[in-house]
Design a protein around this ligand. Structure first.
Ligand code: 4NP
Length: 158
């Protein structure tokens, strides 16, 4: 999950997807990063991201902002950008490692091909963080449905 500062949108996205994956019994490694490594590296998520996530029983307080790096394409099967400017940053940072089959806009999971952006709540106040949480939450439900392997539990032998 990738945004600009890795303190507002992508930490919520990391926490939400990680929590849904756990609840679905999926052993996924979920992480987040920012494309601007000068801003907030080493910081905790924004207090309003933490507050809104906590209201939905998602604890993101232990996360720590880091920079997106090209090697993330080696470590992860999917790279979700919160907005199209971030997807461009990801291309520029990754250069030869960029893999278009792995990278997409998060909201394309919900609205395929529409290239919608998750708005940046950084310059606004609390309501914007709730809007962002809801968008990411719905997109993560879709990701779980999309990539979950068919269950082998309770399957009877033929
Ligand atoms: P994020 O939001 O990309 O969702 O973490 C931002 C955080 C910080 C800044 C911009 C956006 N900033 O300009 O410092």
């Amino acid at each position: 999950m990738v945004c600009l500062g890795n303190i507002c949108r992508s930490p919520m996205a990391e926490g939400i997807l990680e929590s849904k994956a756990k609840m679905a019994g999926l052993n996924w490694m979920v992480d987040s990063a920012g494309t601007n490594n000068g801003y907030h590296v080493g910081e905790q998520p924004h207090p309003l991201s933490q507050k809104v996530a906590r209201q939905h029983a998602v604890d993101i307080s232990t996360q720590c902002a880091r920079a997106f790096v090209a090697e993330d394409f080696d470590r992860f099967d999917k790279i979700y950008a919160m907005s199209s400017d971030i997807l461009n940053d990801i291309k520029n940072i990754s250069r030869k490692k960029f893999d278009s089959s792995k990278a997409d806009l998060l909201l394309n999971e919900l609205y395929p091909g529409e290239n919608r952006n998750v708005p940046d709540p950084w310059f606004g106040d609390e309501p914007g963080y709730h809007v962002v949480f809801e968008m990411i939450d719905k997109a993560c439900d879709k990701i779980i449905k999309h990539y979950r392997q068919p269950s082998t539990v309770n399957r009877q032998p033929l």
